[in-house]
Design a protein around this ligand. Structure first.
Ligand code: GDP
Length: 314
């Protein structure tokens, strides 16, 4: 990528997209375009085709999608399936027809690997077993997207690459307690409990284990891959180590400085027990990759006054 390359970030207002824009800006890229979904609805094929024909971006970060935590995925599985499938298929067809020189980076997610895996999860586990029931719609759609990228590369010679980020959190996250992800949910619950002198109710047993990847660290890896990697082989982006949900809760409680009591609601699902990523491939490509710890990431969020206000208002 040249500093004046035309770069499109689709999904640029979300957690990962906003971090990608921040990293690109920091690295001095000058021509970043990030159309909002109101401008280009990726579910509308003609809109994305018109955009690609007019703009022909040299690099496209496709980080748009319908995302949610365990409950959102479980209650709207057909929406997750339909929207995430159509968005990437429309985009690939559009690129093929109108902008075949564009390089595309598409993100899957480590939560689409099978339910049971030897730990850490290696990229070869993709499509090798039964899926987790709670996010089947999302997993099938993202899996389809990855295979589609590989097949458009094979048949049409498009330069597509796919990355698999693990559980993420960071600035501009969605702090929706029912439908959102665990880490932002916990940050909000502990901040609210501190403000109201209340208790915190968390889901499940607290025993499942999750990684915690700060969005800007993930974005650094994506920008690096866009510049230095071209292969049909998917690449995990994780930290390589995990925490139990109980440990995550203790870290966030410690950083928010509250004294609240934690209760566990066992009527809520635990989901996948463990899904630590193998980041050997990423480290081979990008040896300097050095993501921050959960403690450091949570501190960055809490040090950002605007984000804290937003969390408490949401
Ligand atoms: P997943 O990683 O795809 O399963 O989705 P999440 O980011 O929603 O994480 C779900 C895990 O965190 C499950 O083990 C939940 O039981 C646990 N958990 C504990 N408290 C919460 C909470 O307040 N919100 C969410 N979303 N998950 C929670």
């Amino acid at each position: 990528m040249e500093k004046n390359s035309k770069i499109a970030v689709l999904g640029g207002s979300g957690l990962l997209g906003s971090a990608v824009k921040k990293v690109l800006n920091k690295q001095g890229f000058e021509s970043i375009h990030s159309p909002r979904s109101s401008e280009i609805d990726l579910l509308e094929k003609s809109r994305i085709e018109d955009y690609l024909e007019a703009e022909r971006p040299e690099n496209i970060f496709m980080v748009a999608g319908l995302v949610g935590g365990i409950l959102g995925n479980n209650t709207r599985p057909a929406d997750f399936l339909y929207q995430n499938s159509m968005m990437i298929l429309n985009l690939l067809e559009g690129i093929r027809k109108f902008s075949p020189k564009s390089k595309l980076l598409f993100t899957g997610s480590t939560c689409i690997y099978p339910k049971e895996n030897p730990q850490p999860i290696n990229e070869d586990r993709f499509m090798c077993g039964k899926l987790e029931e709670t996010n089947k719609g999302y997993a099938v759609a993202k899996g389809l997207g990855i295979v589609a990228c590989q097949l458009y590369r094979k048949q049409h010679g498009l330069d597509t690459i796919c990355a698999m980020p693990t559980n993420m959190y960071g600035l501009n996250d969605t702090y929706d307690l029912e439908n959102g992800h665990m880490i932002p949910g916990l940050i909000k619950k502990f901040l609210v409990a501190k403000r109201d002198n209340g208790k915190v109710t968390l889901w499940g047993s607290g025993n499942p284990r999750r990684e915690a990847l700060y969005s800007e660290d993930c974005a650094n890896a994506l920008v690096y891959l866009m510049e230095n990697y071209s292969s049909e082989k998917i690449v995990n982006i994780g930290t390589g180590y995990d925490y139990s949900i109980k440990e995550i809760a203790e870290i966030i409680k410690g950083e928010t400085g509250g004294e609240c009591k934690i209760e566990w609601d066992s009527s809520r699902p635990d989901g996948t027990f463990e899904k630590r990523t193998d980041i050997f491939r990423l480290k081979e490509i990008y040896s300097e990759f050095n993501p921050r710890s959960l403690k450091e990431g949570v501190r960055e969020i809490l040090d950002n006054k605007r984000e804290v206000e937003r969390i408490l208002q949401d």
